[in-house]
Write a new protein. Structure first.
Length: 539
């Protein structure tokens, strides 16, 4: 019994090995890609099995770019091969159909089936047909030009290969002549390609320049990603650059090299930003400036009740500018007149602009970038007498300049003018003097003036004994809860005392009578002392 089982098992193994050795097997030498200059190709099938096999291949294959079709026609699509033999199959396309394809590589994969019905064996293998349409019109040609591209998102919210609408892009194209001859009329051409529409949404070219043997040149491309050019249903684009020569000795069909990079155009759900902001770089006090900007919705959703806040606390600016509704990839514009106060200080200010949504939240993208902007403006105020609509102050020093010394009194004359249209009562006051002087008097302290009239007031200060150097204080005219202020500068010298021959001589000349009395008194004192001494000796 055991012998019978073993014999059956052995027969089964032998039969299986026989079937395996007789199984269908084949290899494929794949076709090359179709290009502008290659519209026919071929591939080879080799029967590597031990039996004859029948092969079935579609007679017509379609390579599609999503819109356009490229028909591939095969010369042989049904045949048999005995073991160890080959079959060469030709494949061809129409150049007209190829020209309609979009840029890039497009492919179609099919299955080739080999069958031996006698032994009940078959095998299936895939084969891929591809068509490559280059940015170079005939594909890359020659090897004397090399190109290296550096993409930089110079100003915007995205990264180097992830761009938001309105981002400002700078791209350096380094071109090198690697050949042995000078190359003239070199052109750098670029395109931001929409693979869905098959069109360049942005394109331009820089021409032309010459490169000597081993010469290099960097061409810098600058552009802004215009939201009007973006397809709201497309996120993935391709940036192409090609470098070629227009010289008759070369030409694009003989010398062309290219570069491509995938670009992702980023659009968050909700993001509204400012662009093309216009405001003057400088302005003067008591003037008006015009501020304008485009408000772009670069998000994926339509927005309602958008508004912009324009502020600067130092200038007292706080303006809400209502923009309203903005559809995706659309814009609204505004223009606003801003008043610069007359009493502004001459310096540079920062005007802040912030874009808010209907919930009073600042627009913010997924990278935490907020729609907040600051713009500098330099305010210049002319040096002049401080005035307003009701009054004007000027001041002059009445005390001789060489007497403005520590410890001395100083008199300043203040002149007040009523520049308004009504009779006004002014009260004078001082500030900023406390560290170097005290006020002895202000006369008069109150003035009543008709429109256009002026009046003087004398201000007497007692300078401190340690006062010295340049000192500044203010004269104020107070009226109707308002005030006008004028700064006054004093240069205080330090007082001193010394005795010299010339000083003594001058004193004798001017006060001779007093000095005679003093001399007589001294003589009398000396005489009394002498008499007293003699009397004491006599006793």
């Amino acid at each position: 019994m055991n012998k019978r089982l073993f014999s059956l098992f052995l027969l089964t193994v032998i039969a299986s090995l026989a079937l395996v050795s007789a199984a269908v097997s084949f290899d494929i030498l794949p076709p090359s890609a179709f290009t502008k200059t290659i519209n026919s190709t071929q591939f080879t099938i080799r029967n590597t099995g031990n039996e004859t096999a029948s092969f079935t291949i579609p007679s017509n294959i379609v390579i599609s770019d999503g819109v356009n079709n490229l028909n591939v026609v095969l010369t042989s699509y049904s045949f048999s091969l005995i073991n160890g033999t080959n079959q060469i199959i030709n494949a061809s396309i129409s150049s007209v159909d190829f020209n309609k394809l979009k840029l890039g590589e497009h492919s179609k994969t099919i299955n080739i089936i080999a069958i031996n019905s006698t032994i009940g064996s078959n095998q299936t293998k895939p084969i891929t047909f591809s068509a490559v349409k280059s940015f170079c019109s005939l594909g890359e040609q020659g090897s004397d030009l090399s190109v290296d591209v550096d993409i930089n998102n110079k100003k915007g919210y995205g990264e180097d290969t992830e761009w938001y609408p309105l981002d400002e892009i700078e791209i350096d194209v380094d071109v090198e002549n690697t050949g042995d001859d000078d190359i003239r009329k070199i052109v750098v051409q670029w395109c931001l390609y929409n693979p869905v529409s098959g069109k360049c949404i942005l394109d331009d070219k820089e021409e032309s320049f010459k490169l000597k043997e081993d010469g290099e040149k960097t061409v810098t491309l600058n552009f802004q990603l215009d939201p009007n050019d973006i397809d709201e249903d497309v996120d993935d684009y391709i940036f192409y650059v090609k470098v070629y020569s227009k010289d008759v000795d070369f030409g694009e069909d003989a010398l062309c090299t290219e570069f491509s990079e995938n670009i992702n155009v980023v659009r968050d759900n909700n993001f509204v930003v400012l662009n093309n902001v216009q405001l003057p770089a400088d302005a003067s006090c008591d003037s008006e400036i015009e501020v304008s900007a485009d408000v772009w919705n670069i998000g994926e959703d339509d927005e309602n009740d958008v508004y912009v806040m324009l502020t600067n606390s130092e200038l007292g600016i706080k303006e809400q500018i209502d923009i309203g509704d903005i559809d995706t990839l659309d814009k609204e514009s505004f223009s606003k007149t801003i008043k610069i106060p007359a009493n502004s200080t001459s310096k540079t200010y920062l005007i802040k602009m912030v874009v808010f949504d209907e919930d009073d939240d600042v627009f913010e993208n997924d990278n935490d970038d907020k729609a907040e902007y600051t713009f500098p403006i330099k305010i210049e105020c002319a040096a002049q007498i401080i005035t307003n609509k009701n009054a004007e102050i000027s001041a002059s020093l009445e005390t001789a300049e060489d007497q403005v010394k520590s410890g001395n009194e100083v008199i300043i004359k203040a002149t007040i003018k009523n520049t308004g249209e009504e009779k006004t009562i002014y009260t004078l006051a001082l500030s900023g003097y406390e560290d170097f002087a005290s006020v002895k008097s202000i006369s008069p302290i109150t003035l009543t003036l008709e429109p256009g009239k002026t009046q003087d007031a004398l201000i007497t200060l007692q300078l401190n004994k340690d006062a010295e150097g340049e000192k500044i204080f203010s004269i104020k005219a107070l009226f109707d809860s308002e005030e006008v202020e004028q700064q006054v500068s004093l240069s205080i010298a330090k007082s001193g005392f010394s005795i010299t021959g010339s000083a003594i001589g001058a004193s004798l000349k001017e006060n001779w009578f007093i000095w005679v009395v003093v001399a007589i008194n001294i003589i009398l004192i000396i005489a009394i002392i002498i008499v007293a001494v003699k009397m004491s000796r006599a006793s």
